[in-house]
Write a protein that binds this ligand. Structure first.
Ligand code: SF4
Ligand code: SF4
Length: 406
């Protein structure tokens, strides 16, 4: 039975609609309850608190349906998720039926839905509310970097690279890259130039809107999306290249859900293009890079999208590199803690999750931890100890003799 307006699940039909949408997923979990998901969850590994588990996230919906809990009671619990996707893969309901029925337990989307219900019900997490308001004001996320965040400075990272605006192929640069780790987009642009890939920048690039959607501010997220899609169309773009896994999720999952058939852009993930360019001989990696590295599987590539082969193919193509790999399944439980707004509301948890990730890398006796996610690199760097944290594109730029990229 679906919840009604007066059954204690909330103050209006929004809660009832939410329960109606999510009750089947909740019972899929609640009636199983094997809790296999708990130990791969990077947040649970740190807090050891049952209310921060995927099991509880689903059970709450059952309790809301029964009128035993309301969104006010549980909204804060759902801060404790990086939306990494590990629990979905580890869940036996995915493992044993996923191959045949294409079923996947939907915990990440549930977390997003609960956060959206909270915002729609007037329940705000103070850090997220400030973050989204500031993003709305400046049109880019308020990342704390050397460059002031504003539209005026959104292309500062590209200074001296002589990049055009517009064209059929656009390089989308996420906010962390544009205003903080500018070496990553500079490496991306120089690699494309060296490989002869024609591309341009947007006329006016706003935040992708993904973080706002992750924190529950769905309407705001749609406004960002609308702006960016209109900008792509205005310059004749057909293909968007992204190096940030978060943008990749937003453009391949959120935007299609907002715009339906109208959304007809090809979204290209940089690391997959990069593997192709190297394979086809269009990008030559000729400079030895004498480092011992391990690779950090970005959650949104490995666990959310199943992309783990291309980054490894790229690393194995770099001369001089000693690559000590940890397989992508073992890495289900690894995370930097940087996703899903966790660093804004619980920076202490992000720091501890990153510290544990770096510790695992250090045990392999490497000097460098390579990541393909620019957002992971700040918390990992803060915990790096004796290790250096590099982006995959930074290390490829070195191997391609493009040191001036950084
Ligand atoms: S999410 Fe999956 S593994 Fe975790 S308790 Fe629910 S059904 Fe079990
Ligand atoms: S998506 Fe990741 S952080 Fe969120 S509950 Fe699942 S395993 Fe934990």
């Amino acid at each position: 039975m679906a919840a009604g307006p007066d059954d204690g699940t909330g103050d209006d039909g929004a809660s009832a609609a939410f329960v109606e949408e999510w009750r089947n997923a909740a019972y899929n979990c609640y009636s199983s309850g094997h809790k296999f998901c708990r130990e791969v969850c990077p947040v649970m590994q740190v807090t050891r608190n049952e209310v921060h588990t995927p099991t509880a996230f689903h059970a709450n919906v059952v309790a809301m349906e029964k009128g035993l809990l309301s969104i006010e009671d549980v909204a804060r619990d759902y801060v404790h998720c990086t939306q990494c996707g590990a629990c979905e893969l580890r869940c036996p309901n995915t493992l044993y039926t996923g191959d045949f029925y294409r079923f996947r337990t939907r915990t990440v989307q549930l977390v997003k839905a609960v956060r959206a219900l909270a915002v729609d019900s007037g329940i705000h997490q103070p850090g997220w509310q400030r973050w989204v308001e500031e993003t709305d004001r400046q049109k880019s996320e308020p990342v704390l970097g050397d460059v002031p965040v504003s539209q005026e400075h959104v292309r500062d990272w590209a200074a001296g690279l002589d990049l055009p605006v517009g064209g059929e192929t656009i390089l989308f640069c996420d906010c962390e890259g544009a205003f903080h780790r500018t070496s990553v987009p500079r490496a991306a642009a120089r690699i494309l130039q060296a490989a002869g890939v024609e591309f341009g920048l947007m006329r006016e690039q706003w935040c992708c809107g993904g973080p706002a959607a992750e924190m529950g501010y769905s309407e705001r997220a749609r406004e960002f999306a609308r702006h960016n899609v209109d900008d792509w169309r205005a310059v004749g773009a057909k293909r968007i290249i992204v190096f940030d896994p978060h943008d990749y999720i937003t453009f391949t999952e959120d935007y299609p859900s907002y715009f339906g058939d109208e959304y007809d852009f090809e979204i290209v993930l940089f690391v997959e293009l990069l593997a192709e360019l190297i394979r086809d001989g269009r990008l030559a990696l000729t400079r030895p890079v004498e480092r011992a590295v391990t690779y950090h599987d970005a959650c949104r590539l490995n666990k959310r999208k199943g992309i783990h082969a291309a980054p490894r193919e790229v690393l194995r193509a770099i001369p001089g590199l000693t690559f000590k790999d940890v397989d992508h399944v073992t890495q289900w439980s690894y995370c930097s803690g940087a996703g899903g707004g966790l660093p804004i509301e619980r920076p202490d948890l992000t720091a501890e999750i990153s510290r544990r990730r770096v510790e695992r890398a250090a045990a392999l006796d490497v000097d460098t931890l390579v990541s393909a996610c620019v957002w992971s690199e700040r918390p990992l760097t803060e915990q790096r100890g004796a290790l250096e944290v590099m982006d995959l594109l930074e290390i490829v730029a070195l191997a391609a003799g493009l040191e001036d990229a950084t």
